[in-house]
Design a protein around this ligand. Structure first.
Ligand code: PBG
Length: 312
């Protein structure tokens, strides 16, 4: 062994599965490097009883892994790209994105597809993005908060607390639980979240050695798509409490389509899409955000009390 790397992850089943994927890919690419998985317990994992916003927002998961990187306790951190804040800390770098899994959301239901759910059915989601799009499709549904890891949410569904829940296909696929999905929701109905389905590997910006080792895992097309989506989110500056989403897809001719959404809890949604060269992914994502804000998105966010420019 020439040297070793400590890979930091949260302890949830999904996080551990993703960490093992990255560890396996690193071992395959660099057989001479020893990889040790270090589990970091975050406040957000311990306190599933209180809203995330009360203990520091969804960026909390990322921040605690970043602090372990800064302290030198780990050399790389594995995240769901979806859980990263749109602007990375200056002392951090995203050295690799693994090839994206299925980016769609799925319905996991005890009562059929979304269109088959009985009038007033109880659907569990704490995502403003999922909630506003569910409202748009089925204004009659009763939307209820749900928190916890994927396994916890499935248990709450099975216990009868909800008639259906919405989860990311990627998480269920990685956990071997995709058979639980009763419907894959088309992005036309349910635009995915920025980064959904992609795994990001973060390193210290000044750690050139680890950066070079990890960069061997980078999937260029996934990076381009996620860069566009993150630029969309960064330009909105609206934070994770806002009903927003974005999804980028690559075409065979080297162009990229970015679709962005701003919604409101009452079920109104605005969507904008744009296509351009993949080399301009970030510019394209920001341009979609600009257009969306100008075409009524800014007003919708303000109505929700989510002023543009606020960080959260
Ligand atoms: N919000 C938590 C979270 N972060 C990433 C995933 C799924 C995996 C992914 O999107 O890559 C999930 C669970 C879910 O939304 O169902």
């Amino acid at each position: 062994m020439t040297h070793s790397l400590r890979l930091g992850t949260r302890g949830s089943a999904l996080a551990m599965t993703q960490a093992r994927l990255v560890a396996a890919a690193l071992r395959e690419t660099h057989p001479d490097v020893a990889i040790e998985i270090v589990t970091i317990t975050t406040k957000g994992d311990v306190r599933t009883d209180v809203p995330l916003a009360a203990i520091g927002g969804s960026g909390l998961f990322a921040t605690e892994l970043e602090n372990a990187l800064r302290a030198g306790e780990i050399d790389l951190a594995v995240h769901s790209a979806k859980d990263l804040p749109s602007t990375l800390a200056a002392d951090m770098a995203l050295a690799a994105f693994l090839e994206r899994e299925d980016p769609r959301d799925v319905l996991v239901s005890r009562a059929g597809t979304l269109r088959e759910l009985p009038h007033g059915a109880r659907v569990g989601t704490s995502s403003p993005r999922r909630a506003c799009q569910l409202r748009a499709l089925r204004p009659d549904l009763t939307l209820l908060d749900i928190r916890g890891n994927v396994d916890t949410r499935l248990r709450k569904l099975d216990a009868g607390e909800y008639d259906a829940i919405v989860l990311a296909a990627a998480g269920l696929n990685r956990l071997g639980l995709i058979a639980r999905a009763t419907e894959h929701l088309a992005p036309a109905d349910m635009l995915p979240q920025v980064g959904q389905g992609a795994i990001a590997v973060e390193v210290r910006a000044d750690d050139a050695r680890t950066h070079a080792l990890v960069a061997a895992l980078d999937h260029a097309r996934t990076r381009a798509a996620v860069v566009a989506e993150r630029a969309f989110l960064a330009r909105l500056g609206a934070g994770c409490a806002a009903p927003t989403g974005a999804h980028a897809t690559l075409h065979a001719d080297g162009t990229l389509t970015v679709e962005g959404l701003i919604g409101h809890a009452d079920g109104r949604t605005l969507r904008v899409g744009a296509t351009g060269p993949v080399e301009h992914a970030a510019t394209l994502g920001a341009a979609v955000a600009e257009t969306l804000l100008a075409d009524g998105g800014d007003a919708l966010l303000r109505e929700s009390g989510l002023r543009v420019g606020a960080v959260g």
